[in-house]
Design a protein around this ligand. Sequence first.
Ligand code: SF4
Length: 618
Amino acid sequence: MVVNLPDEVLYKVEKPARYIGNEMNSVHKEPQSVKIRFAFCFPDVYEVGMSHLGMKILYHMLNEREDTYCERVFAPWTDMEEQMRKRDIPLFALESKEAVTYFDFVGFTLQYEMSFTNIINMLDLAKIPIKATERKEENPFVILGGPCAYNSEPLWEIADIVVLGESEEALNELMDLYIKWKENNKPRKEFLKAASSLKGVYIPAFYDVEYNDDGTIKKLFPIDEAPQTVSKRFIKRLDDSYFPKDIIVPYTEIVHDRIMLEVFRGCTRGCRFCQAGFIYRPVREKSRKKLMSDAASLIENTGYEELSLTSLSICDYSDIKGLVNDLIENYEESKVGISLPSLRIDSFSVDLINEIQKVRKTGLTFAPEAGSQRMRDVINKGVTEEDLMKSTSDAFKLGWSNIKLYFMIGLPGETFEDIEGIAALAYKVMDEYYKVPKEQRKKGLNITVSTSSFVPKAFTPFQWEPQNTMEELKEKQYFLKNKIKSKQITYNWHASPVSFLEGIFARGDRKLSKVLINAWEKGCKFDGWDEHFKFDLWMEAFEECGIDPAFYANRRREYDEILPWDHLNIGIPKEYLINEHKKSMEENLTTDCREGCHSCGILEFEKSGVCFDGALSS
Ligand code: SF4
């Protein structure tokens, strides 16, 4: 059913381009010609969702299948929602403008805990029952994926299916299975049963949890013959995996309006706070040849004049210099700019960015993450003050004067001395600027110090650590603010209530599902947006549900406690994470895997030696 979207609705909303679709390279199919309708939903606005690389890959990959029509759906902004509810317009897909309630699958990507209420809101707007148990045979299957799927327990009542890990292969297998199931006309549960036997597919309803009196988990067990544990999926050879030859070019400005060329997956650094560094192991690199061919098609098919090399720690790509040189050589004349999303704190990276930004030098961002060496050792951020001073000094000599420094506060075992170290480091960077002769340095020094609040995440060595309370974080933020007096240093920080909420859901269990639904009923949505975040309503929801939020955010867990995600397997045994946690408390470093493997377990997990060595094929 095509929804009625009159022009007067579009006139009334702030950005109509969010809802009209039909952009260059969007895919349009005859709905009757396919067997599967898939609504790829991003639980945030168009500009954010359209910047997401995973969506670009999966949208085009699913549409390569003749039997499947994948369309995009974004969270309508509040002005559009008001119009939709007033006129009874259900949530619709951008390509066909058909109501998503008639689709076979509604898939959400979970990028950020603060988008969870938007998922509920979108299901409600779509008129799809919010709880999986209330869905009927004719309702779509709700699939969740993305990084937060590694602990999607707070959404367990909402999801029919969770895909764990990189979903390219698992989604294709699910689609094949669905076609067979549909042909056989079997009940809904039969499909879920069959799906649960696929690697990387987790059906929350097939697991049950018992709790101890103190609220911790007593027992977490499969029912209905589901597997004991569900293991993540990952693509072994990225050169052979699907990457789109074109991407949609939006009519309106989006957050990352450029080509994103994915260079490799995984990271060898082993920073102990970083969930991505653990869940995306092992490292797999694409060859330079493959990357050059992907870049050529994307540039030709989109007309974009900026290409960003995308990966976790991009300067670690074994052939980064060769790749950047090739890209500059091939595209300098046609004025396609190259950008790097993150820099390593070393001279090599500064030289590299200097190659790229020869003429127009925009700001440079470095992430020392912690102010003192002690703290950097605790989190295994293998950089020294010397590295930072050398890199920033090089940058000032080469003509940069705008430097951003990223830190975290609230790290395990942090003291006020460590916080003071952040200010001290910023001042030392300032000194490096003035050491450069006046005629050589660029005018207008500007150092921005940004701190985010540390949120312990599942599947990291810090998963047992208590998060700092909001009061502790606030005190640290004010302390640091008072230590920074220079006009050339700007200090930005994130509000602690959002981090508190993020911390609760990042390590939450199934009991939080009712809080989520209750908070949404009270009007919580777009929680990641300052203007919509309603902390008081959230606290009311916790109280009404009889749940103490501090139990999830601020409590230390023991190593033998059963964690809500213990039945999910990322390929790295708990013992390895415990060992890393112990090393952190002793302030001991674990070196970069490229200097020698630490046997984290991921290679035995797949029974094949990939990781970074085997991935090099250029
Ligand atoms: S297998 Fe070895 S090299 Fe690969 S991520 Fe694990 S510890 Fe690092």
